[in-house]
Design a protein around this ligand. Sequence first.
Ligand code: CAA
Length: 264
Amino acid sequence: MKDFEHLVFDMDQGVATLTFHRPKALNALNAALLAEFSQALRDIEDDESIRVLVLTGAGDKAFVAGADITELATFNPLQARKFSRLGHQAIGALQDLPIPVIAAVNGYALGGGCEIALACDFVYASENAQFGLPEINLGIIPGFGGTQRLPRLIGKNMAKELIFTGKMIPASEAREIGLVNRVLASDSLLAETAKTARSIAQKGKVSLRAAKHAVNTGTDADLATGCAVEVDAFALCMASEDAKEGTGAFLDKRKPSFDGNRDA
Ligand code: CAA
């Protein structure tokens, strides 16, 4: 893993943690941070020892407070297009990462920050977390997938209310509408996220990858297509060492030990 200026990388027991680190700007995403984020995701995908990724923000105030408005304010439409595509590429790569990704949202997740959380497999949040797509207050709209991923997750009308008003909602409300899985005290957010991440890291890589692929592909397709994807993904799992180990361990009445086999 390269050294980054705006990201901190940690690794423990197969769980990588990437921390957005621009604390003076509440970890806002400028072009340099986005480029580093894309590079870090490529490095993480190439590292076979990483089984789960956790994303969080530096400090106790923000996960990510959105795109960097100082930078954004200077864009002409062509520059805005380039920036939006850069964000879409990074966040698309995040969503397509073959390992599970958990967002540990430790404060503001606004605009691009909320859009990053939306591309993670699920979100844990601290009690002080706030979510929102406030772009309308800047005279613009979400540019990193918010108008697409938010309605798919929480429903069209709920998403429109958040996008049209630009209001922030607390973690408790974000949980009620299905944006957040668990709300935790600030001082236990990272430990609880790590506990879940470590438990997932013990599972088989092939089956995790297949499950993520089936859910993600299926939610954007009709039921018949989604079910067909599941059939193939299920069959593929049976070719893996993990499936032999998992079923064998059950029949031998022992705990399975999944080494993982990404090639199957
Ligand atoms: N871009 C650049 N700088 C930002 C920033 C952002 N998105 N968010 C916060 N900062 C900076 C502030 O300018 C401030 O810097 P200075 O100390 O140099 O003045 C510092 O971070 C601390 O912020 P505040 O003083 O504003 O802190 P606060 O506690 O009073 O308010 C906040 C916190 C409610 C998050 C407020 O900072 C805020 O509203 N930030 C902007 C949120 C936003 O609109 N995000 C969407 C951006 S557009 C986008 O993301 C488009 C897209 O889809 C890609």
